[in-house]
Design a protein around this ligand. Structure first.
Ligand code: FAD
Ligand code: MLT
Ligand code: ZN
Length: 498
């Protein structure tokens, strides 16, 4: 489904940008690094690299680039740079490195951990104009493009060649493929197509000193030395600026079915998932869930049409199948559903075969994030947990917060063991924040879960990395950062702990 609609709704919150507290004020203990302060000479140097209109310095124009999608962090950058080519990125970074000017790479600015906006006055290096698709190989599916191509546009283009991008997420109408790779975004179909660590074939990136690292191979197999591209995947702009991506696009399925099921308990969700893997195996392409509170939020806040199967105290499961033979796929799905209804695991359900109806159902799941923003302030968590304890995180959090919050709800990629636990209040409350953190991280670490399953650490979660990684592992990450960005100009205050 297109995200344009809901991003428009969020644009309606534009006035709220002004009310977001500056990160430098909200985190008073945080000290600005000893970086240069941008001067008129620097602006002139950037104007020499980029032609008119690609060096933004107007305060009003900069506002949207300085604030994150969640309206929770805000920087004070005085300059946005919009290169078109790898060479321009290289010249810019080489200059910034010499002057020790800090830089934050930015794609579609849909990141959810405060990684894509400045903390202080870092220069914003945007991939907005790096939006060329370079090659689509119909035979192999290998697709090469610049980092700033919007995910949805890339998918539309490869669709003309019978292919699909193996990544899909609610922000597809705004996020850039470079941003997706930099965050190692997971999304709605990771269950079927795997992570970007598997489907990205090659990356071209520019290091902090301006050096271009060309690992832009389109080969499936290439065991020549260390696989450097993997370092850029998921490093959230702290090791280099990704300029080009080569990604393996699978064949677009001919037949897609989507089922929205009502399940009375979370145990039932596990049974549905286990049976779906068994009975739908090769055609299962997504297994998502949302609880009643999530369904009520999205339908109530966004006035979306409720599904005909809206019940109280139900968990909703979305099961998608993608295959090549609609008769075969429908028969399999119907048999599976009969079985689940027969045993009482599923109490109600609806199956969509028509694309427009499928889009309506997907919107309910994809727009939960947006609907939460309308409450005021959203505390967003993204954890990996064993399925046996998965939903207890939501139940325990609800008990802990009592009536201090508006809502506490759970949804996410249950097929990947990835829970999105969200809490809302009218405005930011330190009391609520302190009740959630570090409690939830300790809770997660107790079950050897991950405190960030797919959104990354960015600015907001970096100091909690120790709940998911050992000290020697963190030290090795710091050593890698030191080698690749010795003057620490790329996305400071992000990913690695203070
Ligand atoms: P940005 O937000 O601009 O940047 C994200 C990070 O990557 C920052 O640290 C930034 O510095 C860095 N970066 C960006 N571009 C580059 C580059 N060219 N080179 C180096 N570093 C770069 N995430 C998921 O994993 N799964 C989901 O299902 C999902 N759904 C979402 C739904 C909604 C409604 C929203 C708002 C977000 C969702 N996200 C999801 C989070 C976010 O969309 C993804 O992380 C996305 O991949 C970010 O892409 P972007 O272009 O917006 O990057
Ligand atoms: C999703 O799966 O909807 C996204 O990761 C966004 C979110 O966590 O809210
Ligand atoms: Zn998600």
């Amino acid at each position: 489904m297109s995200t344009r609609n809901f991003l428009r709704t969020v644009a309606g919150l534009q006035s709220s940008i002004r009310n977001v507290t500056l990160s430098s004020e909200q985190y008073p203990g945080l000290v600005r690094g000893r970086y240069g302060v941008i001067s008129d000479t620097d602006i002139q140097a950037f104007n020499n690299i980029l032609d008119t209109g690609r060096v933004l310095t107007d305060t009003d124009e900069l506002e949207g680039y300085n604030v994150d999608w969640l309206r929770t962090v805000k920087g004070q950058s005085r300059c946005v740079l919009k290169p078109r080519s790898t060479e321009e990125v290289s010249e810019i970074l080489s200059y910034c490195n010499k002057q020790r000017l800090a830089v934050v790479p930015q794609g579609g600015n849909t990141g959810l951990v405060g990684g894509s906006v400045p903390v202080f006055d870092e220069i914003i290096l945007s991939s907005q104009l790096m939006n060329k698709i370079i090659n689509i190989d119909e035979d192999t599916g290998a697709t090469v493009c610049q980092a700033g191509v919007v995910l949805e546009n890339l998918d539309t283009e490869v669709a003309k060649h019978g292919l699909m991008v193996p990544l899909d997420l609610g922000a597809k109408g705004s996020c850039h493929i470079g941003g997706n790779v930099s965050t190692n975004a997971g999304g709605l179909r990771l269950l079927r197509y795997g992570s970007l660590h598997g489907s990205v074939l090659g990356v071209e990136a520019v290091l902090a000193n301006g050096e271009v690292i060309d690992c832009l191979t389109t080969l499936k197999k290439d065991n020549t030395g260390y696989d450097l591209k993997q370092l850029f995947i998921g490093s959230e702009g702290t090791l280099g600026f990704i300029t080009k991506v080569a990604i393996s696009c699978p064949t677009r399925p001919k037949s897609i079915n989507l089922a929205l099921l009502a399940v009375p308990s979370f145990e039932g969700v596990i049974t549905v998932f286990k049976n779906a893997k068994c009975s739908l195996g090769e055609i299962l392409s997504s297994c998502e869930f949302m609880d009643t509170a999530a369904m009520e939020c999205v339908t109530g806040q966004l006035k979306s049409q409720s599904p005909t199967i809206l019940h109280h105290f139900t968990i909703y499961v979305l099961l998608e199948t993608s295959g090549s033979n609609s008769n075969h796929d429908e028969e399999k799905l119907n048999q599976f559903l009969e079985n689940m209804l027969g045993t009482g695991t599923v109490t109600d359900g609806t199956v969509a075969v028509v694309p427009s109806k499928q889009r309506d159902i997907w919107q309910l799941r994809e727009r939960v994030a947006e609907s939460l923003l309308l409450d005021g302030y959203c505390y967003k968590y993204d954890i990996s947990l064993p399925l046996s304890v998965f939903y207890n995180a939501v139940l325990d959090m609800r008990k802990r917060l009592g009536d201090k919050m508006i809502r506490c709800l759970g949804y996410g990629h249950v097929g990947d063991g990835n829970l999105h636990l969200n809490v809302t209040t009218k405005e930011y409350s330190k009391e609520v924040h302190d009740l959630i953190e570090p409690f939830l991280y300790e809770w997660t670490a107790n079950y050897r879960g991950s405190i960030s399953a797919e959104h990354g650490l960015g600015f907001k979660k970096r100091n909690y990395i120790g709940f998911s990684k050992s000290q020697p592992a963190i030290q090795l990450m710091k050593n890698i950062k030191q080698v690749m960005d010795p003057r620490c100009i790329l996305n400071p205050y992000k990913v690695l702990p203070d």
